[in-house]
Write a protein that binds this ligand. Sequence first.
Ligand code: GDP
Ligand code: MG
Length: 595
Amino acid sequence: MKNIRNFCIIAHIDHGKSTLADRMLEMTNAISEREMQSQALDDMDLERERGITIKAHAIQIQHEHEGETYIFNLIDTPGHVDFSYEVSRSIAACEGALLLVDATQGVQAQTISNLYLAIEHDLEIIPVLNKIDMPSAMVEEVSEEVIDLLGCDPDDILTASGKTGEGVDKIFEAIINRIPAPEGDPEAPLQAMIFDSVFDKYRGVIAYFRIFNGKIRKNDMVQFFSNKKNLQANEIGVLKMIQQPEKELSAGAVGYVITGTKDSSDIKVGDTLTLQENPTPTPVKGFEEVKPMVFAGIFPIDNDDFEDLRDALEKLQLNDASLIFAPETSAALGFGFRCGFLGMLHLEIIQERLEREFDQNVITTVPNVGYFAYNKKGEEIIVNNPSELPDPTVLDRVEEPYIQAQIITSPDYIGPIMGLCMEKRGMIKNQVYLTTNRVELTFELPLAEIVFDFYDKLKTISRGYASFDYTPIDYRASDLVKLDIKLNSEAVDAFSSLIHRDKAAAFGRRLCKRLKEILPRQQFQIAIQAAIGAKIVARETISALRKDVTAKCYGGDISRKRKLLEKQKAGKKRMREVGNVQVPQKAFLDVLKLG
Ligand code: GDP
Ligand code: MG
């Protein structure tokens, strides 16, 4: 155990975690040059394309130092605000963290929030200034920021380039000398934390765990603490670039277990793994339940695919415990699921993963945050869907979630940022200079105002220099109304939203305008209206059109004509009938991209 080091890399997004992880794999020969493609740990296609890490990934590497062989379990973590949940899971499995700071950017909002998570879990922190190969690296200024932040010694700060490999050897040394080896009693009852899991078509659920106490052997009967379910460990092993089976793993180790179960509800991320014989009396502590912040309906395009969609969501949930869902019905869309997400990026990712990994074509409704409503009898009603809002005649009040936002910026942008936060119904709470040219602003804002376009706007007004992070604080009473969108007088429940009264009319106008742009013209006129109760607050009209796709075929080529008609039919499948109006599924998501 004394030669094991379990650590993660934490940083603000794009500060170079995945690139540094690549270098570490390469320099320890965990991966051959031929296998090397950049961001080796980002194995989802989606991650490579977007260049971001969504899932935390774990890998074991071996490193020789002064004649000893060390085992490093490295956990790469995502940096986007939406995925801080993944970060806290990685942190709970480690003794140390490399705190990576881009030397051209300095300390940013998620540098600080991730650092706080690591400190809460008592991790040993190794600060590393990264990207020092770049001419614009400001090693001295950024060192000062890090010293201010950590109260560390200047000598404690390492400098490196994940790109060239410079300084990575010093990082290895620091990992060995500064991060403590795991403690724990191999003879105690098994106590391991499941920090991730994936579903494999052939092998079923694969759970990744970190052992804190005890031992696990191949063929042991394991028990899951939360549901007391017993299953046989058909295979256990460690995570290299491929899974490597082992006979036994003990305290300190990071590994995987395959029980053969295909039932995703058996195994929950965050649960404690123990043995049926001599189970641990206490679960692993320090693991927080995550609360979804944004809700939206997800519906199959074809209602016959409802059960397939459920199955796909269950499997995705296994890999992403922060996703929650429950069945719901919509007048416009039929049977589907109300899902909870960590944020808008998370929603987009889930939707894309459903399409790519599970072949599900889905329609997503207008997202909203979760509210608490109170009726006149004082009863509390959870409102995760605008349709759940009680009728105004019995409604006493609605409370909406508030967050505390931390924004770090250059003082030049304080004015525009204050303006943005006011426009978003925010209140400034604090302003602290970190250095002469960087200031930290603290705001309280309604969550609903930041989930859609806040982050993009912030980036624009600060020319990309402001960074942002937030934590939920409480619920506050607010003057919210339900805004409906009607197509030829028929309300489309999937377009309904809850919104502050002062903003409802303007939002309604934007939605109507947007729909006018994205709905295809049809053989009759379409009236698009936004309404609060019976009151119409905005209206647009799409004029009639007779569309003849075969017209441009000059009557000649019959097979080409038939092809075109078939194509049009296939296009129809991606449409939804609302009353007599055809709505392309794209409209349900595009309508939100209010630019
Ligand atoms: P992550 O979001 O923290 O995982 O960051 P990535 O590893 O994906 O890196 C973000 C971007 O910075 C990519 O374009 C990398 O090529 C680049 N990058 C990462 N490390 C370095 C470095 O040490 N030097 C330079 N010049 N670029 C780097
Ligand atoms: Mg990454």
